[in-house]
Design a protein around this ligand. Structure first.
Ligand code: NAD
Length: 249
């Protein structure tokens, strides 16, 4: 194993790790030596499959059931998870939702749900886990933004674009706060990636704008996340890494 990608002995918590980009990340980080905590809404066949893959890589795996938008609940499950698995060194804020509606028909409930999961969720886990990282003098935080937060969504979903742009501001501010205490904080902004969150209609509408000429794979986003969790990125903080086949540059 390349030492610069070695994260053996680290404990990583991945929100929304049951499926999609989160599951690909859980498997890749496990293959490079990390024990994995998945925080997701509830146990499902998908989450069980991801946990099994982590265990098959020889690492410990734990599922904690919680909604990232619930501040008290997230604090409680993070405390419990750290008792079981040890202190969290790596936090990947990946849980996200999209609501496929445009400015004119976004309800207040849609707005709140999209902001609460995609943006407040990041605040909730960071509030629970980053102070401990800073005390110990080591940590890696990777937040999932989106091309929608960089250039504005092509689909009119202003709530999603706002949340994902907010994640970038959060990331840069936290990088300033936590950097002096050894905690690096970066964002990854995927383009169009083949997962459950992507509708066939949006996938088709996006193709003309992708220089690499295809939709991305979850594993290609996980690779960027691994890089930002590994010793290879030890002098990078406050960065947004675009992983989008050239759709936005
Ligand atoms: N797929 C894409 O095209 C794309 C593009 C840009 C950004 N992203 C971002 O990447 C991240 C991962 O998305 P994905 O494509 O893997 O989607 P996905 O729908 O396949 O996976 C999302 C995961 O988050 C979990 N989740 C949803 N709401 C939650 C909540 N309130 N609390 C805890 N867990 C919750 C789901 O159960 C699921 O496991 C999201 O933040 C998404 O916005 C995806």
């Amino acid at each position: 194993m390349d030492d610069l990608l070695n994260i053996a002995g680290r404990v990583a918590l991945i929100t929304g790790g049951a499926r999609g980009i989160g599951a690909a990340t859980a498997k890749l980080l496990a293959l490079h030596g990390a024990d994995i905590i998945i925080l997701d809404l509830k146990r499902t066949d998908e989450s069980d499959r991801t946990l099994r893959a982590v265990q098959q890589a020889g690492r410990r795996a734990l599922l904690i059931e919680a909604d990232v938008s619930q501040t008290e609940k997230v604090a409680q499950v993070c405390r419990e998870a750290e008792k079981t698995m040890g202190p969290v060194d790596i936090l990947v804020n990946n849980a996200g939702i999209a609501r496929s509606n445009t400015m004119a028909d976004i309800t207040e409930a849609d707005w709140d749900a999209v902001i609460d999961v995609n943006l407040k969720g990041v605040y909730n886990t960071c509030k629970a886990l980053v102070p401990g990282m800073m005390e110990r003098g080591y940590g890696r935080v990777v937040n999932l933004s989106s091309i929608a937060g960089r250039r504005g969504s092509l689909f009119g979903d202003v709530h999603y674009s706002s949340a994902k742009a907010g994640v970038i501001g959060f990331t840069k501010c936290l990088a300033r706060i936590a950097g002096p205490r050894g905690v690096l904080c970066n964002a990854v902004a995927p383009g169009i990636v083949k997962t459950d969150i992507l509708s066939a209609e949006h996938e088709a509408q996006s193709q003309a704008n992708i220089p690499l000429g295809r939709t991305g794979r979850a594993e290609e986003i996980a690779a960027a996340i691994l890089f930002l969790c590994s010793p290879m990125s030890s002098y990078i903080t406050g960065m947004v890494m675009d992983v989008n086949g050239g759709s936005y540059m």
